[in-house]
Design a protein around this ligand. Structure first.
Ligand code: ARG
Length: 573
């Protein structure tokens, strides 16, 4: 049990003993400032309101019943009825010594839909956020003991594919190799779009090919497969460079739901959830009606018989619930698709594709902006390819690492540069509140100061160098902790909050909370290291061992936290 749980249990018991109704919560929170103790219980105010009594007197009654002798060194009432708790150093030291791997009380099967790019074009910066944030949550939930199923809902089935396979057919007819023709997917897309717009015959063919493809025509299917193979290979390469855990086996593309679309439609029609509207099959949702009371329409089948994005998302829901047996399904998709997700979720529940016990969660995010405050673009206004962005990140990091560390050999610099550059891009994204837009800024993300990945990686290397200097193996180091100095206490308290923070991120899917925590942990370590000598002469052996143990725990917690964000650490930088 973590500190927070222990405190909540004790305070709840005291509240009950003080005659407070059991639905009143202790409202435990971390104190914002150390002069107010380490934790604050703010439940007396709410309870007093409900019981129509004086909050400060009620706080006193709770305090009279509260037994924290073994945990706290000071408990006092402040302001209108806050209970401020300063934890006892021996208790913290004991908790640190007993600190063990977290065991998840209730492991769930969690399906995570992330990255999910459209395959018609090359991956661009617009795919970065879903890929990075989703991957962090997958790692974190897996670490907590949940069974995580990664699902890459790639877009491989839309109308654009008619145009693309018609273009490919043209190239192959001229004797080109598929690989060569598709060498640059961006150029290929532009070519086919040009043909589509300029040549009506080509456009008709393209439209006919979509229908043929979706109804299983062998020729179209073969061309399509060639295109998809090249595009998927490109994406898998990006995931590898990004240190993202998506592999081929996680691909569950839109096309994979094709055979079930008819069943979904009949089920919706039978249940009267979808109705005919000018030849199309549409679900009208009163739940999402506009200001004038007009229901929100979601088309499931076009009048020509074609299915859409929404149709495959409904089939996909059935798959995730029925076959994958999900308890919880997380979607990391741009905020602009919020209405779409609401429509799919409401319809899925109405049609009983999803039982009430399964949690459906769209976790939206904002847009990555350029320095000018507009969506991030190349200088000429084009979309930035992800592959180019990653190359630039590593190049910039290499320059920095070389400046700071001219003595390292070249291969080592290259290795470090990759971890620093990729880590910087990922952390810059993860450390911002997910739902906001953020400005992409090379200098800020690669800075060795402030809440950045290089700062955290650097803090890690500093701790590791302490062990190297002492000639002690950091891995598996274990010694009893004793806490004397305020900086030791602050560091111990931070270290003990790691699992609490993970629980919070797991529940709300806001990775910036973990980033803020890691930054505070690194800062707490730096202050500790300034004030509390470890290897200096005159430090007695027991104190030295205890401080080394604080160092070791700081290093493992930093590395583990960064690892959950998909960021690698190194011994030197
Ligand atoms: N391919 C879509 C896009 O690029 C995102 C898919 C998200 N997942 C889903 N199940 N709809 O916009």
């Amino acid at each position: 049990m973590g500190i927070k749980d222990i405190l909540i249990e004790r305070i709840a018991a005291a509240m009950q003993a003080a005659g407070i109704p059991s639905d009143c919560s202790p409202m435990l929170a971390l104190s914002g400032k150390s002069q107010f103790g380490d934790y604050q219980a703010n439940g007396a105010m709410g309870a007093a309101k409900q019981m129509k009594t004086n909050p400060r007197e009620l706080a006193q009654k709770i305090l009279d019943k509260l037994d924290l002798d073994d945990i706290a060194e000071k408990v006092e009432i402040a302001g209108p009825g806050f209970i401020n708790i300063s934890l006892n150093k021996h208790f913290l030291a004991g908790q640190l010594t007993a600190k063990s791997e977290q065991i998840t009380a209730k492991p769930q099967t969690v399906v995570i839909d992330y990255s999910s790019p459209n395959l018609a074009k090359e991956m661009h910066v617009g795919h970065l956020r879903s890929t990075i944030i989703g991957d962090a949550l997958a790692r974190l939930l897996e670490y907590q003991g949940h069974s995580v199923i990664r699902q890459n809902h790639m877009g491989d089935w839309g109308t654009q594919f008619g145009m693309l396979i018609a273009e490919l057919e043209l190239h192959l007819g001229e004797g080109d190799q598929a690989n060569l023709a598709l060498n640059d997917l961006e150029v290929f897309y532009q070519q086919s779009k040009k043909h589509f717009d300029a040549d009506p015959e080509f456009a008709d063919k393209a439209r006919a090919y979509v229908v043929k493809l979706q109804s299983g025509d062998a020729h179209c299917r073969k061309l399509w497969q060639k295109f998809i193979d090249v595009s998927v290979a490109h994406n898998l390469e990006i995931y590898k460079q990004l240190n993202v855990g998506l592999r081929k086996e996680h691909i569950a593309a839109e096309s994979s739901y094709n055979d079930d679309l008819g069943n979904v439609l009949s089920s919706l029609l039978e249940q009267g959830i979808a109705v005919d509207s000018e030849g199309a099959k549409v679900v009208f949702l009163n739940e999402l009606a506009d200001k004038n009371g007009e229901p929100s329409p979601m088309i499931v089948q076009k009048s020509g018989g074609g299915f859409l994005y929404a149709s495959s998302d409904l089939a996909c829901l059935r798959h995730r619930v029925g076959t994958l047996q999900a308890d919880r399904i997380l979607y990391f998709i741009d905020a602009r698709q919020s209405l779409h997700m609401k429509q799919v979720f409401i319809t899925g529940r109405k049609a009983s594709f999803v039982p009430p016990t399964v949690s459906l969660e769209h976790h939206p995010f904002g847009t990555m902006m350029g320095a000018d405050g507009r969506p991030f673009k190349t200088r000429s206004g084009g979309t930035v390819k992800l592959a180019d962005l990653l190359v630039e990140a590593v190049e910039r990091a290499e320059k920095l690492v070389r400046e700071k560390n001219p003595d390292l050999d070249d291969s080592e610099i290259k290795l470090i540069a990759r971890k620093v550059g990729i880590g910087a891009i990922k952390y810059a994204d993860l450390s911002k509140t997910r739902t906001n837009d953020y400005i992409f800024d090379w200098n800020a993300m690669l800075s060795f100061e402030g809440n950045t990945s290089p700062y955290l990686q650097y803090a890690y290397t500093r701790i590791r160098s302490i062990f190297r200097k002492a000639g002690i193996e950091a891995e598996g180091f274990s010694a009893p902790v004793s806490i004397e100095q305020a900086q030791e206490k602050a560091l111990a308290l931070k270290l003990l909050q790691f699992n609490e923070v993970l629980d919070q991120v797991a529940a709300d899917c806001y990775p910036h909370i973990l980033c803020t925590y890691l930054y505070e942990l690194a800062s707490a370590f730096m202050s500790f290291y300034e004030q509390c000598p470890v290897l200096k002469d005159g430090v007695d052996s027991a104190t030295q061992q205890s401080r080394l143990q604080l160092c070791a725990l700081s290093a493992t917690t930093l590395a583990q936290g960064l690892n959950l964000l998909g960021i690698e650490v190194m011994e030197k930088m």
